[in-house]
Design a protein around this ligand. Structure first.
Ligand code: ADP
Length: 396
């Protein structure tokens, strides 16, 4: 276990953790601390194919991590004595300040907290998790890896909203993009799978999980992405609306008397697939479609329609396209979405092979026909491994 990296993704009441062997690319163990601050907390750990659980109160993030570490020690993974190389922290918003993995100092932590202004749902929890982890593991480097970082290269024409420039500047209103660690990792895997250099390829990457985003990547550099100031913009997601006329917000405020918090909850938690048909998980959506549920059919159609719009836009943005890749929960598992997203595009040189698309393989794979000018791939994302490798660069 020496040389492994602990990767931490903190939410407001939970911490996902994974102990990663960055050389082998494997998770040695992973787990989640849940219901922090509630009377009945829960820590789950998976190691060597065996699941263990611990229930009891967890006062704060620091205590949650202490419990997780003691469970790791019980299965022979004592972090304190084993000499882990680094801790990598997923941080959602890096604003205009952070666009590289950054070793955490008190100043960096203060800046991450300050950026809560732009990501009130995420950065405060990320900062709390970092504080707890530094307290528990003070002798190893802690490294923040930002979800926005990869999109630092967006050209001004893609990152700029067409609103009053002074308001935009004063309040840092621009498109930042999210899921960057995944888009960058997947773009690299595409190049490796095709046996090409990432610098030679123009790519569209479709990260379709509970959250969903698309990116246009030119020679390894992101030139456009669908998420914006926040992770709300773009594709239809599990519970988020994606693109919507901003006039809907003012209309709901004026006509329905909804306040900012209510509209925020509506668009982030009661929209997307869930808003349209009551379920946000694609497996349940498909079950509903099979029963002939008209709302579920419409939800699926809206989802695919939006996806096709982005594919079309990015095809033209890039001009020449070498690869389109599907990743994350839906992208990796739902062949029907992949087929429908690219149906009827043979004239544009994009042709999915139905047998390859529905084959039960799990690794990175090509699903286009041999005649397709554009390679279509499925690539499993692995944000934890990407974070672990980034953090390892700071090992002492
Ligand atoms: P997150 O954004 O939470 O990281 P994931 O990338 O894990 O999400 O994707 C989760 C979503 O992927 C689930 O909500 C579900 O809709 C979908 N999903 C995962 N596995 C499958 C599967 N085998 N079949 C259909 N959908 C799946």
């Amino acid at each position: 276990m020496k040389g492994s990296v602990l990767v931490i993704n903190s939410g407001s009441s939970s911490i996902k953790f994974q102990l990663v062997d960055p050389d082998a690319g494997d998770a040695v163990a992973d787990g989640i601390v849940e219901r922090i601050g509630e009377p009945e907390g829960l820590v789950k750990l998976r190691h060597g194919g065996v699941d263990t659980e611990h229930r009891g109160p967890i006062a704060d993030h620091s205590e949650g991590l202490r419990q997780a570490f003691s469970m790791l020690a019980e299965v022979g993974l004592d972090l304190a004595s084993a000499g882990i190389a680094a801790v990598g922290h997923r941080v959602v918003h890096g604003g205009e300040v952070f666009y590289q993995p950054t070793e955490i100092t008190p100043e960096v932590l203060a800046e991450i907290s300050r950026l809560s202004e732009l990501a009130p749902l995420h950065n405060p929890a990320n900062a709390t998790g970092i504080e707890g982890a530094v307290r528990e593991l003070p002798d190893v480097p802690h490294v923040a890896v930002f979800d926005t970082a990869y999109f630092h290269t967006l050209p001004a024409r893609a990152r700029t909203y067409a609103i009053d420039r002074d308001v935009a500047r004063e309040h840092s209103v621009r498109r930042y993009g999210f899921h960057g660690t995944s888009h960058e990792y997947v773009a690299g895997q595409v190049a490796a799978t095709l046996g090409r250099d990432v610098a030679e390829l123009n790519q569209i990457v479709l990260h379709l999980g509970n959250g969903a985003s698309a990116s246009a990547i030119e020679g390894g550099r992101a030139v456009d992405t669908s998420m914006g100031l926040t992770p709300l913009e773009g594709l239809v997601m599990g519970t988020r609306s994606g693109d919507i006329d901003a006039g809907v917000v003012t209309h709901l405020h004026r006509s329905a008397g909804m306040d900012v918090e209510e509209i925020d909850a509506l668009l982030n938690r009661r929209s997307g697939l869930k808003g349209l048909c009551g379920v946000n998980d694609f497996r349940e959506l498909r079950r509903l479609i099979d029963t002939g549920d008209a709302d579920a059919v419409l939800a699926y159609d809206v989802y695919v329609h939006r996806l096709r719009k982005y594919i079309g836009a990015y095809l033209v943005t890039l001009g020449r396209l070498d690869a389109i890749t599907f990743t994350a929960g839906v992208g990796e598992n739902v062949a029907e979405v992949r087929a429908d997203a690219l149906a009827g595009l043979a004239g544009l040189g994009i042709e999915v092979d139905p047998d390859r698309n529905t084959a039960k393989d799990r690794g990175a794979r090509l699903i286009s026909t041999d005649d397709s000018a554009v390679a279509v791939l499925v690539v499993p994302t692995n944000e934890e491994l990407a974070i672990a490798r980034a953090a390892l660069r700071f090992a002492r």
